[in-house]
Design a protein around this ligand. Structure first.
Ligand SMILES: [Zn+2]
Length: 469
């Protein structure tokens, strides 16, 4: 059995009609209560972060021991009447499970902060040992807190398909609030984790992690060698015009569908523009540092765009594979980054594009696994130069130009051997799929690859709009 974790996202709304006798609970604006609740959660989390800073050794403990140590330092009980840093100074009567959720949130933040601080110290030592100047600023602890409250058991009850009772701090009292849940229902047969109350604009959402067990997909080798109808989705990542071109084929060689995921030019243009701006700033100030305040915003924008694109593209790839019932996803290995020549913005752009391919692969692999699809990679050598039909070298050329030679990045291919003609990225994605199948074919076979069958109606879709905000 294999396990997959996903998050169920559901919108919360005011309950329609309160049960008789509980009307009082429903009249005020629950959104204001959730906001007050989150505010308190962050104050408590920030408080515990401070306690950890004052007792750094706590971070050497495991989660359970660290939690106990922090409670000992802060929580007043009969056997612990005078804790060193009482939580009651923040607020009295905080429910135990609320406190524990905040402690764990603070521990998580502290662990990640001290780990990046440790790394920074190492880099500093290394630089100083070499006698180099070290100008990188140290990481700083969070100045403001904006965590979503996690609802441990005891803070919610009576969860049904369309409603839930949540215990919240309303700003003046602790109160059970009944809210309506809308959106997809939690599937049966899953294990639910602790939900979180998430604010998105004016809306409040309930995010619930769910863990689903499923039959492990058979090993790729077994799938390919025992079932000719196994469907493989192969992906060529390019980041030029089409960010990705995917094809679905069976092991025996029928091509079932192709999808072009577009938007590459726009993403590249956007990134290049931002990198150009950073380069101009650099010329003005004479230096370029990724943390430099003037450029920090621009870097953040670039990173956000790239992250978003990687998530969108990987989701589309996996969605396409699922739609055509592919059980294997295959990419080519990324190889090494070849340093590009030219202007700063151009070099920076190809580096980012390389990084983004890696991201798309990583996210697609994860999303595919959650859908029961296994991911593999093949040798990237000449995937763009080889004819998917006869394996000769192809001519790659621009529209309107003669079909000869090899123009890197050009959109069209023609095979002079067999007459195959088409989109070059699509050809590459077919070659990638063939390499996976070829890996498991017996070397004694005369033909090195399964020939592709033409004929069956193939669906081809182009989706060019990536919605970026
Ligand atoms: Zn050919």
């Amino acid at each position: 059995m294999a396990k997959a974790t996903t998050t169920m996202r559901q919108v919360l709304r005011k309950a329609q009609a309160p049960p008789v006798g509980a009307e009082g609970n429903y009249q005020a604006d629950y959104a204001a209560w959730f906001a007050a609740n989150q505010d308190l959660f962050n104050r408590v989390t920030s408080f515990y972060f401070g306690v950890i800073q004052a007792h750094e050794k706590i971070l050497e403990l495991g989660s359970m021991d660290a939690l106990q140590a922090l409670e000992k330092l802060t929580h007043t009980t009969q056997s612990n009447p005078h804790p060193v840093m009482p939580l009651s100074e923040i607020q009295e009567d905080i429910p135990a499970m609320f406190r524990r959720a905040a402690i764990n949130a603070a521990l998580g933040s502290a662990r990640s902060f001290y780990s990046s601080l440790g790394k920074w110290r190492k880099r500093k030592e290394k630089a100083q040992a070499k006698g180099k100047k070290f100008t990188e600023r140290p990481p700083v602890p969070p100045r403001s807190w904006n965590k979503s409250a996690t609802l441990y058991a005891g803070l919610w009850k009576e969860r049904a398909g369309s409603s839930i009772m949540i215990k919240v701090w309303t700003g003046s009292v602790w109160s059970w609030v009944k809210v309506r849940i809308t959106g997809r229902e939690i599937p049966t047969g899953v294990e639910m984790g602790s939900p979180q109350l998430i604010r998105k604009g004016n809306q409040w959402w309930l995010h619930t992690p769910i863990e689903k067990q499923f039959k492990s997909p058979g090993k790729i080798e077994k799938q390919v060698t025992t079932n000719e109808q196994t469907k493989i989705c192969s992906v060529d990542l390019n980041l030029d015009q089409y960010l990705a071109v995917c094809t679905v084929r069976t092991v025996e060689g029928s091509i079932l569908a192709t999808k072009f995921i577009g938007g590459g030019r726009r993403v590249n243009g956007l990134r290049k523009q931002q990198l150009g701006r950073i380069a101009r700033n650099r010329r003005k100030t004479g230096i370029i540092v990724e943390g430099e305040q003037d450029n920090a915003d621009l870097w953040r924008k670039i990173r956000n765009t790239d992250e978003q694109v990687a998530h969108l593209v990987s989701a589309r790839i996996v969605q396409f594979a699922k739609q055509h019932e592919a059980s294997i996803l295959v990419f080519e290995h990324l190889g090494n980054l070849k340093p590009a020549k030219g202007k700063y913005s151009h070099r920076g752009n190809s580096k980012r594009a390389f990084w983004m391919k890696g991201r798309i692969f990583k996210y697609a692999k994860y999303k595919a696994y959650n859908a029961g699809i296994l991911t593999s990679r093949v040798n990237p050598r000449n995937t763009s130069r080889e004819c998917a039909r006869c394996h000769s070298l192809v001519a790659r050329y621009e529209e309107g130009k003669p079909a000869e030679g090899y123009t890197y990045g050009a959109p069209l291919v023609l095979c002079h051997q067999c007459g195959m003609k088409g989109n070059s990225d699509r050809n590459a994605s077919l070659v990638i799929g063939q390499r996976l199948v070829a890996r498991y074919q017996k070397p004694s076979k005369e033909k090195p690859h399964t020939p592709l069958k033409a004929g069956r109606v193939e669906q081809s879709t182009i989706s060019a709009n990536l919605n970026l905000h």
